[in-house]
Write a protein that binds this ligand. Structure first.
Ligand code: CU
Length: 266
């Protein structure tokens, strides 16, 4: 093998390795539950990433970023600060939680053109933060064009719990959609082979899907809705994405892990 073909071989390997895993919009708060006596500041990170493989893409400043709190929608776009992570563009907002309630942070990214698939990707992404003991209302959609509405409470979950959600597009359930599932790995686990990187489940006729998280950490659920929209004649992969954290059971006298301690620090 000469040097040139070795070069292309390596390049091809790197390219396909990066794309054996799935793209995910990511909205990751420093903690999904804010309790009395803790700091009230939540740092929210926005990424466009291959969460299991740990490879990133640049995320342009989103079209929309905000929080829905007790049915009220607050624009937080001006809170975003660019932050380099592994040399990639990501964004962070710091938000102070002042009263009990559920806070759904969401983003609508700028369409991302993926040459390898010849399509645009738009992942509407959200996560729910529960504050000061309040937990009512997590079963309500927040009104994104494409959205996963939880059927399992999306916080305070143990590793090994089931997570169930219903996929909505423009307010209607999407039957039989494919849902890609990945752990925000942070380098902790090695997949036995590439099939393991992205777990795949499908929704039933009512748009409901089910997954059991086998390990603690942030898990992303991306329902993919291809063929619904076009940009300049190209297909758009619309994604409805939710991020949910699962924690280990903590034994008596053991200190619970907090603040994303079990993954690469932000
Ligand atoms: Cu990619």
């Amino acid at each position: 093998m000469n040097f040139i073909s070795l070069f292309w071989g390596v390049l091809f390997f790197l390219f396909t390795a990066a794309h054996a895993s799935a793209h995910f919009g990511m909205v990751i708060p420093s903690d999904p539950m804010v309790l009395q006596g803790e700091g009230r500041k939540v740092a929210v990170d926005l990424l466009f990433w291959h969460p299991f493989a740990g490879e990133g893409m640049d995320l342009d400043k989103p079209v929309r970023f905000g929080v829905v709190e007790n049915g009220r929608d607050h624009d937080l776009l001006s809170f975003l600060k660019e932050k380099k992570r592994d040399d990639r563009r990501t964004w962070r907002a710091e938000y102070t939680i002042k009263r009990p309630g559920l806070y759904t942070f969401y983003m609508e990214p700028k369409p991302y053109f993926e040459p390898a698939e010849d399509l645009y990707i738009v992942h509407y992404t959200k996560t729910v933060v529960a504050a000061f003991g309040e937990e009512e209302g997590w079963e309500e959609p927040v009104g994104l064009p494409a959205e996963i509405v939880p059927l399992t409470r999306p916080f305070g979950l143990y590793a090994g719990n089931v997570f169930q959600g219903r996929i909505l597009y423009k307010g209607r359930p999407v039957p039989h959609a494919v849902v890609e599932v990945e752990l925000f790995n942070g380098g902790r686990y090695t997949p036995p082979n590439d099939y393991f990187v992205t777990q795949v489940v499908r929704a039933d006729a009512n748009g409901v899907f089910t997954y059991v998280a086998p390990a603690a950490g942030w898990w992303g659920f991306a329902a993919l809705l291809p063929g619904e929209e076009e940009i300049r004649g190209k297909e758009v992969e619309i994604g409805a994405v939710i991020w949910v954290k699962f924690d280990e059971l903590v034994r008596k006298n053991e200190r619970p892990k907090t603040k994303n301690e079990n993954q690469k620090p932000f």
